[in-house]
Structure formats: structure tokens, C-alpha cells
Write a protein that binds this ligand. Structure first.
Ligand SMILES: CC(=O)SCCNC(=O)CCNC(=O)[C@H](O)C(C)(C)COP(=O)(O)OP(=O)(O)OC[C@H]1O[C@@H](n2cnc3c(N)ncnc32)[C@H](O)[C@@H]1OP(=O)(O)O
Length: 170
């Protein structure tokens, strides 16, 4: 099975309550990966685009760690999250990681699935020796991330290229 990275990096237990945590696989397009991401933001893409991006990510090893939670009773993806690894010169040529694109299917929220996704990503980050994990989020999600062990630090600023993403879609 073609997967983005080795499942050996994912902490045990990988399976509980009919939910399996694993690396993103090339067949996950058919299992509702795009539909799930659309619950976070604009994320409509064709299968060919998914495959192209999957291969690009896989060809950049040690960088993209996208995990999914699959409901093994329905074979649908019900949660996902990404750990993006950034190599730096500071902190003794350290490595930091960014947590991105966390989403739990609305039918599965409030069951600690989001918390588990973050725990799995934190485990990967720690195993890879990242000196910190950082993320940006809306104010309404701050409490969730605090429950996951994150603390408020700094302020988020952004500068969108409005020729690519029009202001109306921000
Ligand atoms: C870096 C980024 O990607 S930011 C984008 C975050 N994603 C989104 O906004 C997409 C839409 N939202 C979601 O997918 C989900 O609501 C998530 C990911 C934010 C939370 O996932 P869930 O599975 O519902 O959260 P989970 O059940 O694991 O909650 C863990 C704890 O946080 C609490 N919590 C979860 N969301 C919130 C919230 N918005 N406000 C306050 N507390 C919250 C829960 O009550 C629970 O606390 P408890 O253990 O004391 O009961």
C-alpha cells in the first residue's frame, strides 16, 4: 500500500473503537479525504491533483507527515492532521514542526478524536527530535489546543496573495 510515511512512526495503539490511525495513503482520495478537508476550508480537488501532490510530498522525505483516522466500519476518513517539518539554522541547526490542517468530521466531533490526532502528531514530532511544535488557529479553537497541551505564544499575522485567493474567500 503506498503511504506517505512509515506507520512505524505512529504511536500505539493505532487502532481502537473501530478507528485506525495511520499515514495518508494514495487510496484515501476514494475514502473521502477531500470531502473531509472541505469541512475546514476550500479543498475541492480532482483525483489527478491529489495524486500529483501526494507524489510531490512523498518525494520530499522527512517533511510531510499527514495522518488520517479511518472508521474501519465504513472505510471513510473521519479525521486528519498534518505535521510539517522545517529544518532551521537557529537552535543549533534545530528542527521545528508546524501542525496544520486539523479536521474531524462533524459527525465524530466531541469524542476526543481531535485530541488523539494531535497526540499522534506530537509523538511523531518528538520522535523526529523537533524542538517545538507550533500552529495557528482561530480564537474559537484556542481552548481545544490548550487541552492538547499548547500555550498561547506570539501573534499570528498573514499576508495573502489576493490574486490567488480573492479577499472574498479569506
Ligand atoms: C492548526 C489548525 O489546523 S486549526 C483548524 C482546526 N480545525 C477546524 O477548525 C475544523 C473544524 N473543527 C474540527 O474539526 C474540530 O472541532 C476540532 C479539530 C477543532 C476539535 O476536534 P474534536 O474531536 O471535536 O475535539 P475533542 O473531542 O478531541 O476535544 C478535546 C477537548 O477539547 C475540547 N474542545 C474541543 N473543541 C473545543 C472548542 N472549540 N472550544 C472549547 N473546547 C473545545 C473538548 O470539549 C475536549 O475537552 P474535554 O476533554 O475536557 O472534554
Amino acid at each position: 500500500m503506498d503511504q506517505l510515511f512509515s506507520n512505524k512512526l505512529i504511536k500505539e495503539p493505532r487502532k481502537a473503537d473501530n478507528i485506525e490511525f495511520r499515514a495518508l495513503e494514495i487510496t484515501d482520495f476514494e475514502k473521502g479525504f477531500s470531502e473531509l478537508l472541505q469541512q475546514l476550508t476550500e479543498a475541492k480537488f480532482e483525483k489527478s491533483k491529489f495524486l500529483e501532490r501526494f507524489i510531490q510530498m512523498k518525494n520530499q522525505p522527512d517533511t510531510y507527515y499527514i495522518i488520517v483516522a479511518e472508521d474501519i466500519t465504513t472505510n471513510r476518513i473521519c479525521a486528519t492532521g498534518c505535521l510539517f517539518v522545517e529544518k532551521k539554522f537557529i537552535r543549533s541547526c534545530g528542527t521545528c514542526a508546524h501542525i496544520e490542517d486539523i479536521v474531524v468530521d462533524s459527525r465524530y466531533r466531541g469524542k476526543n478524536l481531535g485530541l488523539k490526532v494531535i497526540e499522534h502528531l506530537k509523538h511523531i514530532g518528538n520522535t523526529l527530535g523537533c524542538y517545538k511544535l507550533i500552529l495557528d488557529c482561530d480564537e474559537k479553537n484556542v481552548k481545544f489546543y490548550e487541552k492538547c497541551g499548547f500555550e498561547r505564544k506570539g501573534v499570528q499575522l498573514s499576508c495573502y496573495n489576493t490574486t490567488i485567493i480573492p479577499k472574498a474567500k479569506l
